[in-house]
Design a protein around this ligand. Structure first.
Ligand code: BTN
Length: 237
């Protein structure tokens, strides 16, 4: 395994993608600060010093389901945080929240070179000791404000990497993904049967009961009994 660290980088995902052919499987790109961090839907991800911003490169011989890597990341982050006294949960599809405020997010990108898959880049952003900008103070949170003290980011990275590797080797390679999915479901902030309000990227809002949560979609039945299949929507409450 290879750890490449930077004090400042535009984006660890971007770096990993640009250098994908040179990076062996398991490589980790870590930056103390990102100037152009991004999240899902190309949204800006504010990444000042004090947070944990890194990406892991995976090059499986056979790619079965990229969502499994997202689950590995989410389960690793939640279990690591819970161990240090932070009651984190997974907000579908891939946010990590504490009482509905976003603590961390992950972004898994499958990198193609022509028709060949060159690798998978899984980026994780975790607010640790950094203060959030004014516009994110209501919806986001930092670990220091949950546990009441600062944490050493490099220690947190080490624990997370160990956990990610253990989960990956146990569940992703050996075709035991059912266990991983069960563990992932256990940590969901909203589960099947819960009533939620969801706003989609199209601007449409749906309120209803969750029928099913899968890795890449969920179904919601609204008050009229119509069932909506949601692929990349987001919860608002
Ligand atoms: C999201 O919630 O939309 C995902 C956020 C992912 C942010 C991380 S920080 C490290 C890596 N580098 C990036 O530019 N993004 C990811």
């Amino acid at each position: 395994e290879k750890l490449i660290s930077f004090s400042v980088l535009e984006s660890t995902n971007k770096y990993a993608i640009s250098n994908i052919d040179k990076l062996p499987s398991g490589s980790v790109v870590w930056a103390l600060e990102q100037t152009g961090g991004y999240g899902r839907f190309k949204r800006r991800w504010i990444s000042p010093k004090g947070g944990l911003w890194f990406s892991v490169v995976f090059k499986p011989r056979l790619l079965r389901d990229p969502n499994l890597y997202t689950k590995v990341i989410s389960v690793a982050v939640v279990e690591t945080l819970q161990r240090i006294g932070c009651p984190a949960k997974i907000k579908w599809p891939n946010d990590i929240v504490v009482s509905d405020r976003k603590l961390a997010g992950s972004l898994t990108e499958v990198i193609f070179k022509g028709t060949r898959i060159a690798g998978i880049v899984a980026g994780i952003g975790l607010n640790v000791n950094n203060d959030l900008p004014e516009e994110l103070k209501e919806t986001g949170i930092s670990l220091k404000d949950v546990i009441g003290k600062e944490m050493d980011v490099s220690l947190l990275l080490a624990i997370l990497l160990k956990k990610i590797d253990a989960l990956r080797s146990r569940y992703v390679m050996k075709k035991k993904s059912g266990y991983l999915t069960r563990r992932w479901k256990k940590y969901l902030a909203y589960r099947e049967g819960d009533v939620v309000a969801v706003s989609l990227n199209s601007g449409m809002k749906i309120k209803g009961t969750i029928l099913k949560i899968a890795s890449d979609y969920m179904t919601i039945m609204d008050e009229r009994g119509d069932v909506h299949k949601i692929r990349s929507g987001e919860f608002i409450s």
